[in-house]
Write a protein that binds this ligand. Sequence first.
Ligand SMILES: [Zn+2]
Ligand SMILES: [Zn+2]
Length: 285
Amino acid sequence: MLKCSLHIHTTEEPYHVLFYNAHELIDEAKKHNFDVLAFTSHDFLFFPKEITDYATKKDIILLPGIEKKIEKKHVVIINATPETENINNFKDLQNYKTKNPNTFIFAAHPYYPGSTNYKNLLKENLKSFDAIELCHYYTKNFFNYNKKAEQLAKKEGKHMIATSDVHIFDQLNKSYILLNCEKNPQQILKALKKGNYQNISNPLSPFDFFKISMGVLVITQIPSHIKQIYYRMFPKRRKKGIIYRENIANFAKQNRGATSSKIPKKTKNAKLPARNQKKGPKKPR
Ligand SMILES: [Zn+2]
Ligand SMILES: [Zn+2]
């Protein structure tokens, strides 16, 4: 089984200032025996060759990912391509999904409070999503905004996917999935699409809940806004994206079938493994 974490932020992204960079996150993930990771920066495809090479050295597969803000909601796209830049609304998302059948798309923290709460938008656009996030940020008794997502998933036959929306290391090993497939990008994408994985997620203890709440609040909020102002003043600092574009193209070429080619419409006996959704977590932005 492959241990995977598919919703991770690092300090390289324009939006956040975090206490670790991508190299350090990979080192930390290695300590916890992760096999597959995806950096999912806010509206920013962060996939430099230097980082994918580093992950490869550590025997970790890195998938290109992004957390897109669409109509104010957060959407995680795994195996994302540069065309994600053109997605501005849910109609665009559906078109993107149709054209890129091997991407894996899930609704991030859909019912957590705030402007990112999907309200009816998730139900209305459900066919644009492969799964719904089971966010690590929840407790057993007093804080759980995953319940509504779990009800919807159950009713509509969608898979939940456990993630940790990592902003601090304490979150990394809290919720993740175990994928049942060979360790290569094609098989990983296929297994994700088929829901061939197990969610591993437990409620946070009150202590962890407090620690993570404080950590995420302090680290992300204030410095992040300063960083955004900085990028607004020096927009060229973001142009490294061009390099990432090349690396994503290389990734696509090397993993034919993981990206451009079509996933067979019907997988024989597409019997989906039971979703082991434990309680749902919630997530910070
Ligand atoms: Zn996130
Ligand atoms: Zn988010």
